[in-house]
Design a protein around this ligand. Structure first.
Ligand code: F6P
Length: 543
C-alpha cells in the first residue's frame, strides 16, 4: 500500500483510540443509522466499531489505491488471479445465471450448467425412488465422506437448513480419519438404503480416501461381496476423473467440478450434492440464488461505502493492522448456525493466513487474525468472561436471524435480548463507581464493596458487528456465506496476498506420510529426538 495512505491511517488511529465507543454514540444520535448498511434484506450494523466516517474515507481510499475495483472485476471475469497455481477463481460463476464466461477460450458456463442438470436429475431420481438401492429399497441415508472444504460447508449448510430437509432423508458426515468416526456411523446405517458420497476435489486426500476405502470394504462385507451394487451406493464429487475411475466409481456416478473452484469455496459446486440431496434441488437452487444476490451487490455496488463485503473486510483490516487486534470471534446466536464459526475459520485462515505477498515479497504487517467461536449463547457461559474482562480486545461478529419460524417467539425474544445485551455490554462496560454503588445498594459494607467492586469493573469499549438475517433460509444462508467469501477477498487485496492457494497445509501432509511409513515399517527414519521417541512409544503400544 502507498506509504502515505498507510501513515494517514496510522495517525488517524491514534486519534480514534482516544475516543470511546460510548463517546462516539453520545456525540451523534444518528450514528447507528449512518453506520449501518442493508442489502437484499440483510442488515449490517457496524456502528459499534472504533471508527468514524473519516476512518471509512481513509480505508476506502486505501482500498481504491490497492485497485480493489479492478481486482473484483478480474475475479468475476475469470482472470487467473490465483497466480501460484495459475488458476482463475470462479466460485461466483457456480451461482451465476450467465450463459457465457470464457476461460482460456472455453465457455465454463456450459460445463457448470451441465453438471447442475446432472445433479438436479440425480436428486430427482433419489427422491422419487427411481434410483433404488441394490435390493430395491429407497435410499434414505446419505454419508458424506470429505474433509476441510469438502465437509465444513455441507455440515454447516445441512445443519442450518435441517428444517428444509427432504422427508425421509437423513445425512451423516465422516471427516476425520479417526476410525471412531467411521465405526460410529456404520454402526447406525443400513447398506441397502445408504448412499456414500465421496467428496474430494483432489481425490487424493489421505483422510477421505482412507474413509472411502473403509466404507467400500464395509459395504462389500455387508453385501456378500456384491461389487455390482457399488454403482448404486457410491458416487464421487471431484475434479479428478482418473482417480475416481481408479477407485472404481463409474464416470456416470461422478459429478465434476474444476480447478477454478477452491476447496473452501466449493459448496456451490458438485460438492454441494450432499446438501441438495438433503434439502432438495429447489432449496439448493435458492441457496445459490442468495449467493448470487450478494455477488451482484459486491460486483455492482461501485460506491464502495455502500458495499457490504468491502466495509466488513475493511473493518477487519483496520483492527488487525492498526489496533493490533489479532483475534476475531464469530458469534452466531441461532443454534442452526453453530457450525458457522468453524466454516469461517477455514475460509478466512486458509485463505489469508499468509506471510508472503502475491509478488513473492514477505509482508511486514499482520494478516489474517485467529478466527474462532461457537454458538454465541453458549459462549456467554464459557469464554465471554475473557472477552469482557480479559486483557485482550477481541472484535466480535454477532449473527442473528430476525425471525425464525422453526423456533418460537418466547425463546427468540430471549435469544435476541441476549445478543443485543452482550453487544451493548461489550461497548459500554461498567465503571468502578457503578459497580461499587450497586454493591452498596445491595447492603454490602463499604470496605468490602470497595474491594469487590474492583473485580466487577468492565473496561467496555469492545467492538462488535451485528449481522441480521431476515431468517435462516436457503437464500439468506447463501447470501451470508457469500458475504464472508467476499470479505476474505477484500482483505486479501489489502494485504496483497493470494487468498486462493493453501501451500501451508502441505508440509504436514508430507511428513505424515514419512511418519506413517516409519510406523508401518518399524524402521524409524531421521527425525528430531522428540518425534523419534514418540514414534517408538506409539509402535511399542499399538496393537
Ligand atoms: O488440506 C487442506 C485442503 O486441501 C483444503 O484446502 C481442502 O478443502 C481439503 O484439504 C480437502 O481437500 P479435497 O477436497 O481435495 O479432499
Amino acid at each position: 500500500m502507498q506509504q502515505e495512505l498507510f501513515d494517514q491511517l496510522r495517525t488517524h488511529q491514534l486519534q480514534i483510540a482516544k475516543i470511546s465507543l460510548q463517546e462516539m454514540f453520545n456525540a451523534d444520535s444518528k450514528r447507528a443509522e449512518k453506520l449501518s448498511l442493508e442489502t437484499n434484506g440483510l442488515i449490517f450494523d457496524f456502528s459499534k466499531n472504533k471508527l468514524t466516517e473519516e476512518t471509512l474515507d481513509l480505508l476506502l481510499n486505501a482500498a481504491k489505491s490497492q485497485g480493489i475495483q479492478a481486482k473484483i472485476q478480474a475475479m468475476f471475469n475469470a482472470e487467473k488471479i490465483n497466480n501460484t497455481e495459475d488458476r482463475a477463481v470462479l466460485h461466483t460463476a457456480l451461482r451465476s445465471e450467465k450463459t457465457s464466461l470464457l476461460l482460456d477460450g472455453h465457455n465454463v458456463m456450459d460445463d457448470i450448467h451441465a453438471v447442475k442438470i446432472q445433479m438436479a436429475e440425480f436428486c430427482r431420481k433419489i427422491h422419487t425412488g427411481e434410483h433404488l438401492g441394490y435390493t430395491g429399497k429407497k435410499i434414505t441415508t446419505i454419508v458424506n465422506i470429505g474433509i476441510g472444504g469438502s465437509d465444513l460447508g455441507p455440515v454447516l449448510i445441512c445443519q442450518a437448513l435441517k428444517p428444509y430437509r427432504q422427508a425421509g432423508i437423513n445425512i451423516h458426515f465422516i471427516s476425520s480419519v479417526d476410525g471412531y468416526m467411521f465405526n460410529d456411523i456404520i454402526a447406525d446405517i443400513d447398506p441397502e438404503t445408504t448412499l456414500f458420497v465421496v467428496a474430494s476435489k483432489t481425490f487424493t486426500t489421505q483422510e477421505t480416501m482412507t474413509n472411502a476405502h473403509s466404507s467400500r470394504n464395509w459395504f462389500l462385507a455387508q453385501t456378500n461381496n456384491n461389487t455390482a451394487a457399488i454403482a448404486k451406493h457410491f458416487i464421487a464429487l471431484s475434479t479428478n476423473a482418473k482417480a475416481v475411475a481408479e477407485f472404481g466409481i463409474a464416470a456416470e456416478n461422478m459429478f465434476e467440478f474444476w480447478d477454478f473452484v477452491g476447496g473452501r469455496y466449493s459448496s456451490w459446486s458438485a460438492i454441494g450434492l450432499s446438501i441438495a440431496l438433503y434439502i432438495g434441488w429447489d432449496n439448493f437452487a435458492e441457496f445459490l440464488a442468495g449467493a448470487n444476490a450478494m455477488d451482484k451487490h459486491f460486483n455492482e455496488t461501485t460506491d464502495l461505502r455502500q458495499n457490504l463485503p468491502v466495509v466488513l473486510g475493511l473493518i477487519g483490516y483496520w483492527y488487525v493492522d492498526f489496533f493490533d487486534y489479532r483475534s476475531l470471534v464469530i458469534s452466531p446466536y441461532n443454534t442452526r448456525l453453530t457450525r458457522f464459526p468453524a466454516y469461517i475459520q477455514q475460509l478466512e485462515m486458509e485463505s489469508n493466513g499468509k506471510s508472503v505477498k502475491t509478488n513473492g515479497d514477505s509482508v511486514n504487517y499482520a494478516t489474517c487474525p485467529i478466527v474462532w467461536g461457537d454458538s454465541g449463547i453458549n459462549g456467554q457461559h464459557a469464554y465471554y468472561q475473557l472477552l469482557h474482562q480479559g486483557t485482550q480486545v477481541v472484535p466480535m461478529d454477532i449473527i442473528i436471524a430476525a425471525s425464525d419460524k422453526f423456533s418460537n417467539q418466547e425463546h427468540n425474544d430471549i435469544l435476541w435480548s441476549n445478543a443485543l445485551a452482550q453487544a451493548e455490554a461489550f461497548m459500554t462496560g461498567k465503571t468502578y463507581a457503578t459497580a461499587e454503588a450497586e454493591l452498596l445498594a445491595q447492603g454490602m459494607d463499604a470496605v468490602k464493596a470497595s474491594e469487590i467492586a474492583k473485580h466487577k469493573v468492565f473496561a467496555g469499549n469492545r467492538p462488535s458487528n451485528m449481522l441480521v438475517l431476515p431468517e435462516i433460509s436457503p437464500r439468506y444462508l447463501g447470501m451470508l456465506i457469500a458475504l464472508y467469501e467476499h470479505k476474505v477477498f477484500v482483505q486479501g487485496v489489502m494485504w496483497e496476498i493470494n487468498s486462493f492457494d493453501q501451500w501451508g497445509v502441505e508440509l504436514g501432509k508430507q511428513l505424515a506420510k514419512k511418519v506413517l511409513a516409519d510406523i508401518e515399517g518399524g524402521a524409524i527414519s531421521n527425525h528430531d529426538s522428540s518425534t523419534t521417541t514418540l514414534i517408538q512409544h506409539y509402535i511399542s503400544t499399538r496393537k
